[in-house]
Unconditional design. Structure first.
Length: 278
């Protein structure tokens, strides 16, 4: 049996990268001290700042971001792999001032070995009157990503991506055994849909779904749902937080469970071509 000890970090990220690193570091150290060899953080782990008059000064390039660089150093010091669920960093695209919402996979030597820019940006008008236009500040990515790790193949997704099952199916067909879904879900959508969507994506793909989340009232005024969750490939909840407070959530993953689930329900092999809906 192949197993891996993982930890999800639930945070309430401040509005600056320095504050983000100070918030994360003790939680990552706690996770490593508890035996985790793979640590995952939420969306917006470096900073959450939606106030336009402050945002431009807060967002810098990936290699200049204090939280990103600090977490790379921490991975090397502790000898653990870290997935920065996402960092809000300069996209690097000439002529586009929008930032990237970027997942960064760091190996146990502190090197970035995988990255993914969020494909689906959150442009919605919620029933409670909240309006979000993520596309105004975030440049969406243009490709899906699966990366090999010592623990298995990891697929990348971020927050709103959870609502696009075809992305998850493609990741699974590309060999993903685990799919990370770092998030900063709104309270209204989180309460209604968070657990249901995570379990559905696990069942559909036969993957472990690893969902570290932001939670609570943030400096920039937003509120997020929390309730970080680890779901097994049969759809079973292996661990979850029942609150919004910063915490460390742990589980031991039996990676052989992926092949068992897919053998029992081999739906990834049963796709058929069909005529368009008329």
């Amino acid at each position: 049996m192949t197993t891996v000890d993982i930890a999800l970090i639930q945070t309430r990220t401040p509005a600056t990268a320095a504050g983000g690193l100070a918030h994360l570091e003790p939680l990552v150290r706690q996770a490593a001290a508890g035996g985790a060899t793979f640590v995952l953080t939420p969306e917006g782990s470096n900073l959450l700042e939606q106030r336009r008059d402050r945002r431009a000064d807060a967002v810098v390039g990936q290699d200049a971001d204090e939280a990103v660089m600090g977490l790379c150093a921490l991975a090397a010091e502790l000898g653990v792999w870290i997935l920065i669920g996402s960092a809000i960093v300069a996209s690097g695209h000439h002529g586009d001032a929008r930032a990237a919402n970027r997942s960064l996979l760091i190996d146990d030597t502190g090197q970035v070995v995988g990255r993914y820019d969020k494909l689906h940006v959150f442009d919605v008008d919620l029933p409670n009157g909240e309006t979000y236009r993520e596309s105004s500040t975030i440049r969406p990515g243009d490709g899906a990503r699966v990366v090999d790790t010592p623990f298995g193949r990891l697929g990348f997704a971020i927050c709103y991506d959870i609502r696009f099952p075809h992305l998850f199916r493609q990741l699974a067909k590309a060999g993903a055994q685990m799919i990370a879904v770092p998030a900063a879900f709104t309270v209204q959508t989180g309460e209604a849909h968070w657990e249901t969507l995570l379990r559905a994506r696990a069942i559909e793909t036969g993957c472990f779904i690893l969902a570290p989340a932001q939670g609570g009232q943030h400096e920039d005024g937003r509120r997020t749902w929390g309730r970080s969750m680890i779901v097994g490939p049969w759809g079973e909840v292996l661990a979850k937080a029942d609150h919004d407070e910063p915490c460390v959530l742990t589980a031991t993953l039996d990676m052989d469970a992926v092949s068992r689930a897919r053998a029992a329900v081999p739906s990834l092999r049963h796709d058929r071509e069909f005529d368009p809906v008329r």
